[in-house]
Structure formats: C-alpha cells, structure tokens
Design a protein around this ligand. Structure first.
Ligand SMILES: Cc1cc2nc3c(=O)[nH]c(=O)nc-3n(C[C@H](O)[C@H](O)[C@H](O)COP(=O)(O)O)c2cc1C
Length: 180
C-alpha cells in the first residue's frame, strides 16, 4: 500500500520532529500557558484529566535532570522542561493504564502545539523506569501517588528536520487481522 497523498492541513503532524538542539532564547509565559492549554485539551478517559505538569526553568534543576535521564542531555541547553505527571487517584478507575494513556495524549498535544508555535521539543521517557521515576519525583518534590510519566525538553530550534512520514501499509489490517 502506497503512502496516501498528504493534505496540507495535516502537514504539521508529519512536520513535528524530535528537536534536540536548541539556540539560546527564553520561552515567555503566555507561550508556556498556550502549551499547557494544548496539553490539557487532549482526550482523557471519562474526562478525568489526571495529568499534572511541573514547569522547570531553573538551569540547576534542568542540569540535575540530565543526571537522571541518560537520553535527556539536551535539557542542559533547553529553555525549559515540562514534566508530565499523572495522579493515580484522579485516573479513571484509578487504573495506571488510563493514567498513562491520558498523559501520553497530553504529551503529544503539547509536542504538536510546540511545533505549531515554532518551538523545538523532544519527549523524554521517565515511566516505567523505576529509578528514573523515583529520582525525578524526589528532585521535583512530587508527592506519593503522582507518577512522573515523561519530560519534555523545549527551546527555540537549533536544528531543522524534514517532515517524515512513517506510514507503512503492512501495519494496517482491513476488517480482520491479515485481511486484504
Ligand atoms: C515513550 C517515549 C520515550 C522517548 N524517550 C526519549 C528520550 O529519552 N530521549 C530522546 O532523545 N528521545 C526520546 N523519545 C523520542 C523518540 O526517539 C522519537 O519520537 C522517535 O525517534 C521518532 O522521531 P521523531 O519524534 O522525530 O518523529 C521518546 C519517545 C517516546 C514516545
């Protein structure tokens, strides 16, 4: 199956890429607010919105996070980091799986919003690596029952990446698994 022709109005979705190099420059508060509003516009099971956000501008804290997240070295030069957490009590049926799905949806919304605003961003995994969860929670004072799921590094892009489709028709089944 060939990749479908892309609608210009959906171009921003394939244009979103992980940006790991940033140039100096602040991200102002109205922009942070817009990113958080986008994150909280994501779908969530029974609209329980279990997501919680920690916005980090402190250079010392961002640097400390690089010690915990081995694949998050770009935080050292990011304008800010946002840690997306989930509160288990708030999640639908108090189910970890709903919490993770809801938080993942909010992360993707935030990444798309960042791209739309001309920012560069990268998703950094925290959960389910237990050592990372514990250390990030301790660093940021996150209370028990609130799980740091992912960090997002944000800054003005210092690298450009081409839009990229990863469409693969072999991963699609019609009507039944293995169907035509
Ligand atoms: C759960 C998850 C964890 C990730 N963790 C990291 C990470 O720790 N460091 C990193 O540089 N990228 C991380 N990424 C980004 C992926 O590497 C990236 O999305 C993937 O290579 C596809 O590239 P693209 O985002 O440019 O389309 C993570 C993505 C997801 C969904």
């Amino acid at each position: 199956m060939n990749a479908p022709a892309r609608s210009p109005s959906l171009e921003f979705i394939v244009g979103r890429r992980s940006i790991r190099v940033y140039r100096p420059g602040e991200i102002d508060e109205p922009t942070v607010q817009a990113l958080l509003e986008a994150a909280m516009a994501a779908p969530s099971a029974v609209a329980r919105d279990p997501w919680r956000f920690v916005v980090i501008r402190s250079r010392a804290t961002l640097t400390a996070m690089t010690q915990i997240l081995p694949n998050g070295q770009m935080l050292a030069t990011a304008a800010l980091g946002i840690v997306v957490c989930g509160e288990l009590e708030a999640a639908h049926d108090r189910q970890l799986s709903y919490l993770l799905q809801d938080c993942a949806a909010s992360v993707e919304n935030l990444l798309l919003a960042a791209h739309g605003l001309g920012l560069g961003a990268c998703w950094l995994g925290i959960h389910p690596r237990e050592a990372r969860v514990q250390k990030i929670a301790s660093l940021l004072g996150i209370p028990a029952g609130v799980i740091p799921v992912a960090a997002i590094a944000l800054g003005w892009p210092g690298e450009t990446k081409e839009p990229r489709t990863r469409f693969n028709g072999a991963r699609v089944h019609r009507e039944r698994w293995g169907g035509p």
